[in-house]
Design a protein around this ligand. Structure first.
Ligand SMILES: [Zn+2]
Length: 842
C-alpha cells in the first residue's frame, strides 16, 4: 500500500523522482533568475511551529518575486504528527518531515532552519507548550537563528495575541518571535552565541494574517487595513514559466506524509501581512527603506557595477560569456569586511559560475557506506562546458585532507576523472541525524555542539573541494561525497554516503508483550555493514526477566547480509515492564544502536542510528475469539500488536470483501483513517454492516473529519458525526460511564488504573453527535474543557456490535500500554459466547 501510494503521488512530480540528491543543472532562464536574486541584498525569515505550517505562497513570493534570501524557521520537526505514507512515527517521522521541508524549499527557493524544540504532541495552549519545551532554550535558538540568518523582516505565521484558538505550538512560535525581535541586538542576551555570530536587529516584524483570523471574509473586508500590506501571491514569472501559486502548490505537495499533495493554482490572489513592530512601509513594499542593493555593504558598489551590468546585458544564448565578470566580482567580494554578506554572496556567486559554465563536478564513493578505519575509494568527475580557461589545481577530500594535485587545464567539454582512496579516521562520527544522537527530554532535543543547532540536517561525512584558477582568481567549489547507482525501474539514483558501525543488531518488535508466563524465543538480527565481521552478540534484560544464554558468537562474510539468533526470554510471574538491551562486541567496541533507514522517492535516503533497546511487558490478558480481519488504513502497527498477544490477524483489502467473506472472523478491525485513504472501502459498507448483522464485531478506529475529508454519510449503520474533538493530555482523568457494560467487565475487568501510563494523548477526532442506538462508554476531557463522551461508542446491530473509537490504540498498543491491550481485547471479545472463551493461564 505504502509503495503504491508513493508511486502514484510521485508520478505527479516527475522532476523530483529520484533526483532529490542529484546535482541540479540550470537552463539560461533559471540562471538569469539566480542572477536577479544575487543582486538583491535583503532577507526575510518566516516563523511557525511545524513542517506544513508554512505558507509556501508567501515563502515563494519573497524568494521569487521580491528575490529576497528567504528562510522558514520551523521550531519543531513535526514528530508528533500522523503519517499517511508509511510506518514512521515520533523521531522517525521528524526525520521524514525534515526532509519533506527541505524538498519543499528546493521547489520554492527558500532555506530551512529549526530549533531544538520537540513536537511532543498536540497542545491546546501556549502556556502548556512553553512549560514542556524549555522556553529559555527555544527562545535562545530563535535568537540564534535571527543572529545568524540576519533577516531584515520577520513574518510570523500565527497570531501571538490569540492563545487557545489554535495548536499551542503555533501561538508559542509567534509569542517567542515577538519577544526575540527585541533581544537579538542586545549582547546581554545569550552572550555565548556571540562567540560564533554577531548581534542583529531586524527592521520589521509582521504577522501573516488572512480573513480566517477575522472570523469571516465579510468581517475581514470591513476591517481597518492601515497596518496591512497586500501582496499579490499569484504573480507570474515569465522567466520560470510558472506563477507563484503554481510553485507554492508544488512546494506544499512535498508534505506527502501529511497528505498535503495539492492541486496547482493560477491567477491573481491576495495575501496579507500585518505590521507588528518597526515602521510602516510605504507603497506596499516589504523592504521599503531598507537598502537591498550592493551599496548596502562597504566595497559593494564596485561589485554592483559589474553584476548589474551582467543582469541587464544577460546573454541567454551563451551565459558563459559572463564568466570573467562573475569571477571579477567574486574576487572583489573576497576583500569586503562584511563577513555575513561575503559568505552569503560568495556561495551564490560560486553557484552562478558553475551554472553559466555548465561546470559539472561530482564526487562518489564506491559503496553506499563504510566504517571508521576502513578504506574508501572516491571517484571524481569534472567537466567544463565553457570556452573559459579553468585550471584545476587541487582536489582535497575533507575531513582527511587527502589531496590530489592535478594541475590540469579543463578544456571545453573534456571530461576528466580522478580516483583516490582514503582511510576513514577511527574517530569519524557515525551518520545519524545530529539531534537524535543523545537522549533528549519530552520537549527538547539535546544537541551538544552549539554550531549544529538550527541546521536542518547533519552535514555530509565527506566532501570534496575542487580548487581552481579561473582568470587568475582562485575559486574553490565544494561537493558532498555521494553514492551513485542506476536502478532499472527508476534511473540514476544519488544517495548520501553513510558512515556506519561494522554491524548493528536489532529486535524487530520495539515492544514485546508476554500475554502469559510462557518463555518466548526472541529473534535478534545482526546485519553486517562491512565484509568479514565477527564478534559477540549479547542480550541483557531488566531484573526479573530471565535470558537462557546471554552471549553468542557471530560471523558474517558479506556486507549487507544478516544473521538471526533466537534468545529464550522468560518473564516474571506478575505483571511487569522491563527492557531488553541487545549489543554487539566487535574488536573491543560495543555497539548498542540499531540502524533504521527511511527511503521514499521524494526525499534522499535517511540512515538513523537509534538505541536498540526494546520494551518487554508481562500482562495477564484474557481473550475470547482468535481470528481477526484487519482492514489496513493509513498505516498503523495495531495488527503486529494484536499478533503479539496471540491473535491470528488476517489482512483484508477492499477487493477481498464480498457477501459473507467476513463471517469467519471473530472481529473485523478497521485501521486508522481507512475511510480517508481507501476510497474503495466506501463501496463495501453494505458487506461490513451485513457482517455485523450476522453476529460480527466491527471495530472502526479514528477517521478525520474536516477540511481534507469528504463527509462520511455511511461510516456506521446509525447516524454518527465525527468532530475535531480530542483529548491531548495522556494523563487526563477517564470516567467509566457504563460500569456494567460487558466491554468494561469481560473477559478483563477494566478499572481507572488501566488508563495509567498512556502515551502522547487519549484520542482524537471523537464523534460529537450520535444516534440513540450508541452507548458512550467513557468520558474524558482536557483541563478547562467540557467532558467528551465520544471516545468509545458501541451500538448493537442485528446479532453483532458496531464499535467506533477515537481512542489512540494505534499509539498505545505499539507502546505496550497494558490497559489499552486489555480494553482492546474486550472490544474484540464483545458478544462472544463462553465456549469460545479461552482463558489464558496467569
Ligand atoms: Zn502546525
Amino acid at each position: 500500500m505504502r509503495h503504491l501510494l508513493v508511486f502514484l503521488v510521485g508520478l505527479l512530480f516527475i522532476r523530483n523522482i529520484a533526483t532529490a540528491q542529484a546535482p541540479v543543472q540550470y537552463s539560461s532562464a533559471e540562471i538569469y533568475h539566480s542572477l536577479q536574486k544575487l543582486n538583491f541584498l535583503g532577507s526575510a525569515l518566516y516563523v511557525a511551529a511545524h513542517p506544513d505550517d508554512e505558507n509556501t505562497r508567501l515563502i515563494s513570493y519573497l524568494s521569487n518575486e521580491i528575490k529576497a534570501r528567504t528562510a522558514y524557521l520551523s521550531l519543531t520537526r513535526g514528530d508528533g504528527g500522523q503519517n499517511l505514507i508509511g510506518p514512521e512515527l515520533r523521531e522517525l517521522l521528524g526525520v521524514l518531515r525534515t526532509q519533506e521541508l527541505l524538498a519543499a524549499r528546493r521547489v520554492d527557493g527558500g532555506e530551512q532552519l529549526f530549533s531544538r524544540a520537540n513536537d511532543f504532541g498536540f497542545s491546546k495552549h501556549p502556556d502548556e507548550t512553553l512549560e514542556i519545551w524549555n522556553k529559555e532554550e527555544v527562545l535562545g535558538d530563535m535568537v540564534w537563528a535571527i543572529r545568524k540568518f540576519k533577516p531584515d523582516v520577520i513574518i510570523n505565521r500565527f497570531d501571538h495575541r490569540s492563545p487557545g484558538t489554535t495548536h499551542g505550538h503555533h501561538t508559542a512560535s509567534a509569542m517567542l518571535s515577538f519577544e526575540a525581535f527585541d533581544l537579538t541586538n542586545d549582547p546581554n542576551f545569550y552572550p555565548n552565541q556571540l562567540k560564533n555570530t554577531e548581534v542583529w536587529q531586524p527592521k520589521r516584524l509582521f504577522f501573516n494574517t488572512s480573513w480566517w483570523f477575522y472570523g469571516s471574509q465579510e468581517k475581514f473586508e470591513k476591517a481597518d487595513k492601515t497596518n496591512l500590506l497586500h501582496l499579490d501571491i499569484g504573480a507570474y514569472y515569465p522567466v520560470l514559466g510558472k506563477s507563484n501559486n503554481e510553485i507554492a502548490a508544488l512546494s506544499r505537495s512535498q508534505h506527502l506524509c501529511q497528505g498535503f499533495g495539492t492541486l496547482t493554482n493560477r491567477g491573481s490572489e491576495g495575501d496579507f501581512i500585518e505590521l507588528l513592530k518597526g515602521d510602516l512601509p510605504k507603497n506596499n513594499d516589504v523592504f521599503d527603506g531598507i537598502d537591498t542593493s550592493w551599496s548596502r555593504i562597504e566595497g559593494g558598489a564596485a561589485i554592483g557595477d559589474i553584476l548589474y551590468a551582467v543582469e541587464s546585458n544577460f546573454n541567454f544564448k551563451n551565459p558563459a560569456a559572463h564568466i570573467s565578470d562573475l569571477v571579477k566580482a567574486y574576487s572583489l567580494l573576497q576583500n569586503v569586511k562584511d563577513e555575513h554578506w561575503k559568505g552569503v554572496k560568495s556561495k551564490e556567486l560560486r553557484d552562478l559560475i558553475i551554472q553559466v559554465s555548465g561546470l559539472y563536478m561530482e564526487a562518489t564513493a564506491n559503496a553506499t557506506s563504510s566504517n571508521p578505519g576502513s578504506t574508501v575509494e572516491i571517484g571524481m568527475e569534472i567537466v567544463n562546458r565553457s570556452e573559459s580557461n579553468f585550471l584545476l589545481k587541487n582536489i582535497r577530500i575533507q575531513p582527511t585532507n587527502t589531496t590530489l594535485k592535478p594541475m590540469e587545464k579543463l578544456g571545453f567539454n573534456d571530461k576528466k576523472t580522478y580516483e583516490t582512496s582514503l582511510i576513514l579516521p577511527q574517530n569519524t562520527a557515525y551518520t545519524s541525524p545530529y539531534w537524535l544522537k543523545e537522549k533528549g527530554s519530552l520537549g527538547m532535543y539535546r544537541v551538544d555542539d552549539p554550531l549544529l543547532i538550527g541546521l536542518p540536517e547533519t552535514p555530509a561525512a565527506l566532501h570534496v573541494q575542487f580548487e581552481m584558477d579561473i582568470n587568475g582568481t582562485s575559486v574553490t567549489f565544494e561537493k558532498p561525497v555521494k553514492f551513485r547507482y542506476a536502478q532499472p525501474d527508476k534511473g540514476e539514483i544519488f544517495e548520501p554516503f553513510d558512515i556506519l558501525p561494522k554491524a548493528t543488531a536489532s529486535i524487530n518488535d520495539k515492544v514485546i508483550i508476554f500475554a502469559d508466563g510462557n518463555t518466548k524465543e526472541i529473534p535478534l538480527t545482526v546485519t553486517a555493514h562491512e565484509n568479514n565481521v565477527s564478534g559477540q552478540l549479547n542480550l541483557n534484560a531488566s531484573s526479573g526477566w530471565e535470558i537462557k544464554t546471554k552471549e553468542v558468537d557471530f560471523k558474517i562474510l558479506k556486507k549487507g547480509d544478516s544473521q538471526t539468533v533466537f534468545f529464550e526470554v522468560t518473564p516474571p510471574n506478575d505483571e511487569n515492564e522491563g527492557i531488553l538491551t541487545p549489543s554487539l562486541r566487535i574488536n573491543g567496541e560495543t555497539i548498542s544502536k540499531e540502524l533504521v533507514t527511511i527511503d521514499y522517492d521524494h526525499i534522499p535516503k535517511q540512515s538513523i542510528l537509534l538505541p536498540s533497546d526494546v520494551k518487554v511487558v508481562r500482562l495477564n490478558i484474557h481473550k475470547s475469539g482468535q481470528h481477526i480481519g484487519y482492514i489496513v488504513g493509513a498505516g498503523d502497527k495495531v495488527p503486529e500488536s494484536l499478533k503479539q498477544i496471540g491473535y491470528i490477524v488476517h489482512t483484508i483489502t477492499p477487493s477481498m470483501i464480498s457477501a459473507g467473506s467476513l463471517d469467519k472472523y471473530d472481529a473485523v478491525v478497521v485501521g486508522i483513517r481507512a475511510y480517508n485513504v481507501v476510497n474503495e472501502l466506501n463501496f463495501k459498507q453494505k458487506h461490513l454492516f451485513d457482517y455485523v448483522e450476522n453476529g460480527g464485531n466491527l471495530i472502526v478506529q479514528y477517521n478525520t473529519a474536516g477540511r481534507w475529508s469528504k463527509q462520511f454519510d455511511n461510516i456506521s449503520p446509525y447516524p454518527l458525526s465525527i468532530s475535531r474533538d480530542r483529548v491531548t493530555d495522556e494523563n487526563s482523568e477517564v470516567t467509566i460511564l457504563e460500569k456494567n457494560h460487558p466491554v468494561i467487565n469481560s473477559p478483563n475487568k477494566i478499572s481507572s488504573s488501566d488508563f495509567d501510563g498512556w502515551v502522547q494523548e487519549r484520542g482524537l477526532y471523537f464523534p460529537n453527535e450520535w444516534s440513540k442506538e450508541f452507548t458512550p462508554i467513557l468520558s474524558m476531557n482536557d483541563k478547562g474543557e467540557t467532558s467528551k463522551k465520544g471516545s468509545l461508542l458501541i451500538a448493537p446491530y442485528g446479532k453483532g456490535n458496531y464499535i467506533y473509537t477515537g481512542l489512540s490504540f494505534f499509539r498505545e498498543l505499539p507502546a505496550g500500554v497494558p490497559g489499552a491491550y486489555k480494553l482492546f481485547a474486550n472490544l474484540i471479545s464483545l458478544g462472544k459466547n463462553a465456549p469460545n472463551h479461552q482463558k489464558v493461564k496467569g
